[in-house]
Design a protein around this ligand. Sequence first.
Ligand SMILES: Cc1ncc(COP(=O)(O)O)c(C=O)c1O
Length: 475
Amino acid sequence: MLQTAEKHNVTATDLAFQRCINPQCGATYETHSVRTSCDRCGDLLDIAYDWDRAGVPDSLSYFEQMWSQRTNPVRFSGVWRFHELLPFASQNELVTVGEGQTLLQQANEVAKYVGLNEGQLHLQYEGMNPSGSFKDNGMCAAVTHAKMMNAKRAACASTGNTSASLALYCSATQAMKAVIFIGSGKISYGKLSQALDYGALTIQIAGDFDDAMIRVRQVAQELGIYLVNSVNPFRLEGQKTVMYRVLEALRWEVPDWIVVPGGNLGNSSAFGKAFHELKQHGLIDRIPRLAVINAGGADTLYELVERRGVRWNGGNVNMEPIVSYNDHMDREGIRADTIASAIEINRPVNLKKCLRALEWMDGVVRQTDDQEILDAKAKIGAGGFGCEPASAASVAGARLLRREGVIAPSDKVVCILTGHELKDPTATVAYHTTDQELFNKTLGSRGVTKASHANRAVAVPNDLDDIIKAIQLYS
Ligand SMILES: Cc1ncc(COP(=O)(O)O)c(C=O)c1O
């Protein structure tokens, strides 16, 4: 039986607190404070709860009742529908723009491509969110907290989707001004156009995402601007709900694998926390395995975990290989470089939380190159709902793990498609084009040599007979 906070006569904020992820430190801070790291040891923070007082439903099917509350804007949200599992704010404080109405689709043609048995591959389309990416799951939570803190400005560094999402929430609520930091020439037009259109103050840094991330943290500190990058622990609370919706769509059956692209590693971190908590609550009896997929040109996590053996190790992370790899990147001037611009990140801020998620979920990390990413993307698109390049890394990674035998053909696999296809049409058009020059300029420079799954436009003279002939020939 659910015991609600109201029954215990406590407010949601009494139930939650911020806690350092380092078990040796474990410092706690109240919900009503703005932090992105622990004052005592500098590590990342989690949102933790007094679950005994909060009360947790005794079965996940409890959340199905929330569907009947379609006229309640809060329960309509695919995030706040699960409010009992992220109770850091009270109902009347929650910000929503109807995020999380996303789809889990069985994808048999893609399953064939990956090497899975029919019915075993599901794609979670997070591109269906209001701003077109998974970011809205976390942004509604971060903006809720920002409003609780009376923030007048909120900032982020972004490869594009975080800024689009923040700009949308700020303009929709009119509660605060969005300030976004982007690297020069690195953001796709689809994403940039959203930030501009939604009225965000857009600061273009002469540098890449990693540079923009350093600057936005300094500026947020200096000017007291609320920071919504995924170092913000409230954001990751919202992102847990992607996993709740996956389970719900599978009728609460736990899949064997969750496969997700890895950039700043917020999703993977949030997914680990979601499953860890569900298991602690006794709401699931096992945890799926996690595969985090880097793009080959931005593969810090892969390098650290799979090549240098870095582990969470119950919180005793060996920092030496991390520090020496960062130094190596500095010395060699190594910069992230991939067509999957959303995950073009070499210094992931949630690295430690992701290591923890890999431990909780018996996870693996792989990297996949731009050719494999774009081939996978074309196969996904041919299924009717497309995605942006970064998202397709999940399918390319699942295929690789299948080839290696790590994933079995009979495993139930969920690949997370993080962003909408229209976010970055340049890569899509270049892949399908017959214009060799465009192909070479956009993709060839990144080692993409062929487009095996291209759907090419058929050029015909402006003549009825020729048009009819072409249709008869090709359809
Ligand atoms: C479309 C898309 N996929 C994946 C990622 C990476 O997600 P994370 O930072 O949670 O690893 C991003 C982040 O910007 C993104 O926009």
